[in-house]
Design a protein around this ligand. Structure first.
Ligand code: PRP
Ligand code: MN
Ligand code: MG
Length: 181
């Protein structure tokens, strides 16, 4: 197989930087949820790495579950109309739910997801995301825990894909133009 690292134009966050950010997020979340059981809800597939690392960096008792969602429409941008491909197995009634995302781009996916999960009777629903693109936000959405704000550029690695590839890169970076041209 081809070498994935060779297709990067630049590294946005190194392995060490990601670890540091995740460690800080975990410490904040541990503090805020002290004495409460947290249900971490990972959004497949992008959240695979952040879910694995964040949950391991936390010291609180947690339960993990996953959801897979897809935007309707064929474009590369979210439409805001979301379809559930895989639903949760956990009952959310009276639970403290923390949605775990890799990136908030337009915010449309999370906005829909947050509303959907809130309708299931949880005690609380908050969001943690590794990355956010403030310049791409299309909706007003309350994201409690943000690892890093980044410029409005296409990034891959650490769970984030281009055409389902590059998720297994252990750094975050931008792709060289020859890859998507
Ligand atoms: C990406 C990303 C977020 C969402 C953010 O997922 O992982 O879930 O888009 O976009 P938004 O803020 O504009 O809604 P994607 O739909 O590409 O699926 P994936 O996680 O399987 O890659
Ligand atoms: Mn995703
Ligand atoms: Mg994707």
């Amino acid at each position: 197989a081809e070498d994935v690292v060779g297709d990067l134009e630049s590294v946005l966050l190194s392995r060490e930087e990601i670890d540091e950010i995740v460690k800080d997020l975990a410490a904040k979340i541990d503090r805020d949820y002290e004495g409460k059981d947290v249900l971490l809800v990972g959004v497949l597939k992008g959240a695979l790495m952040i879910m694995a690392d964040l949950s391991r960096a936390m010291k609180s008792q947690v339960t993990v579950d996953f959801m897979a969602v897809s935007s309707y429409g064929s474009g590369t941008k979210s439409s805001g109309v979301v379809r559930i491909l895989k639903d949760l197995e956990e009952d959310l009634m009276d639970r403290h739910v923390l949605i775990v995302e890799d990136i908030v781009d337009s915010g449309l996916t999370l906005s829909w997801l947050q509303t959907n999960l809130k309708s299931r009777g949880p005690a609380s629903v908050e969001i943690v995301t590794l990355l956010r693109k403030p310049d791409a936000l299309a909706v007003d959405i309350d994201v409690k825990y943000i690892g890093r704000d980044i410029p409005n550029e296409f990034v891959v690695g650490y769970g984030l894909d281009f055409d389902q590839k590059y998720r297994n890169l252990d750094v975050l970076g931008t792709l060289a133009p020859h890859v998507y041209q």
